[in-house]
Design a protein around this ligand. Structure first.
Ligand code: FAD
Ligand code: NAP
Length: 322
């Protein structure tokens, strides 16, 4: 541990699409950004083998390659990229204070791009088939199952939205929920009822996933349990090729509790149409990417807001320096 405090003009927390894009824009604006990678360098896309919706990459690209290219791009404009993870911040002090695993920092402006992590069921087989049948993003991976049957697990808005999206794309969707009641909104449930009626979706209530089975090609079956049945039909197999886990996301914001305003763990930004879109409740602290967004959660939307955060930070730094 080093006791010296390193002062920076602009610090960007996170090395996902939002963080790297913010770094590219900030470095080109001569803001001399320092990017802290966090423990998961490259972010969520490091877990995917095929990205088909990154504009300009006509043939699909794997996540590690795309994130390596973003890293290089930020480096080419002389971003100072530091491998560290921030454990605590104090935004009541100015310059802002950040305590990392390796170093202590102060900064005139901060961009938070710490992302979110999808929640998983916690099965060993879920890890084994991640990227080979187990996905957490229907918009990203649904296309690969065009002619197949898939399952979605969850009972919130995300699970129902993923089911509706997939029901217009794949052969059939099996929606599995551990309760009878859904958290999802009525309007989505009405749309779901329509898809069930049209035989595009089957519903499994009071049902949990016990295991995910597969072979060298990927997922082949789910082992399901009807929690309220006491007979031997309680456990049964369901043949599917893909499982979409939609049981929520956890934004990486614990270190910002009591520092900036949040809603359900997501950072609140100003937004609107008058600029300064990415401003948090603390002037000079901006936020971008999945850490502010529980709806779109895409690489391209994260990158776009990373760009906005850099431009907002530039305006802020110009104001305080003038
Ligand atoms: P993230 O990518 O989540 O990156 C967050 C970064 O913050 C990480 O580098 C982490 O190390 C860092 N960090 C966290 N905490 C700290 C801290 N305390 N201090 C410092 N750094 C910290 N989207 C698409 O558009 N197309 C796809 O095909 C696609 N496929 C996907 C497949 C999978 C399996 C998953 C999980 C997601 C997929 N997505 C896809 C969604 C996409 O990955 C996310 O929307 C995007 O990565 C969000 O970018 P981000 O920069 O906001 O955050
Ligand atoms: P959520 O509302 O927290 O719902 C998660 C669902 O997953 C719940 O039904 C929960 O079951 C289930 N679940 C959690 N852990 C599980 C486990 N281990 N095994 C099986 N099931 C499990 O999450 P979300 O649907 O991602 O939504 C998050 C937030 O984003 C919500 O506020 C939502 O309204 C919002 N959102 C809005 C939109 C929109 O406005 N269009 C779209 C997506 C999300 P229980 O019911 O038993 O708790």
């Amino acid at each position: 541990m080093q006791d010296d405090i390193q002062h920076n003009n602009l610090m960007i927390l996170g090395s996902g699409p939002a963080g790297y894009t913010a770094a590219i824009y900030a470095a080109r604006a001569n803001l001399k950004p320092v990017l802290i990678t966090g423990n998961n360098q490259g972010g969520q896309l490091m877990n995917t083998n095929e990205i088909e919706n990154w504009p300009g990459d006509i043939t699909s690209i794997d996540g590690a390659t795309l994130m390596h290219r973003m890293h290089q791009h930020a480096m080419n404009f002389k971003t100072n990229i530091i491998s560290d993870h921030i454990h605590a911040v104090n935004f009541e002090e100015y310059p802002f204070f950040l305590q990392g695993e390796k170093n202590k920092y102060t900064a005139n402006s901060v961009i938070i791009a710490t992302g979110a992590n999808p929640r998983y069921l916690g099965l060993t087989s879920e890890k084994k088939f991640q990227g080979r049948g187990v996905s957490t993003c229907a918009v990203c991976d649904g296309f690969f199952y065009k002619n197949n049957e898939v399952a979605v697990v969850g009972g919130g808005n995300t699970a129902v939205e993923e089911t509706l999206y997939l029901s217009n794309l794949v052969k059939h969707v099996h929606l599995i929920h551990r309760r009878t009641h859904f958290k999802a909104e009525k309007i989505l449930l009405d749309r779901l009822a329509k898809q069930i009626q049209e035989n595009k979706v089957s519903l499994y209530l009071n049902t949990t996933i016990q295991d995910i089975l597969g072979d060298s090609c990927g997922v082949t079956n789910l082992v399901l349990k009807k929690t309220q049945l006491k007979t031997e039909q309680k456990i049964f197999n369901l043949a599917i090729s893909g499982l979409f886990v939609a049981i929520g996301h956890e934004p990486n914001t614990e270190i910002f509790i009591n520092q900036i305003k949040m809603n359900n763990g997501y950072i609140i930004i100003k937004s609107g149409i008058h600029g300064n879109f990415t401003q948090t409740s603390v002037p000079g602290v901006f936020a971008a990417g999945d850490v502010v967004d529980h709806v779109y959660r895409q690489a391209i939307t994260s990158s776009a807001s990373g760009c906005m955060a850099a431009l907002d930070s530039e305006r802020y730094l110009n104001t305080i320096n003038s």
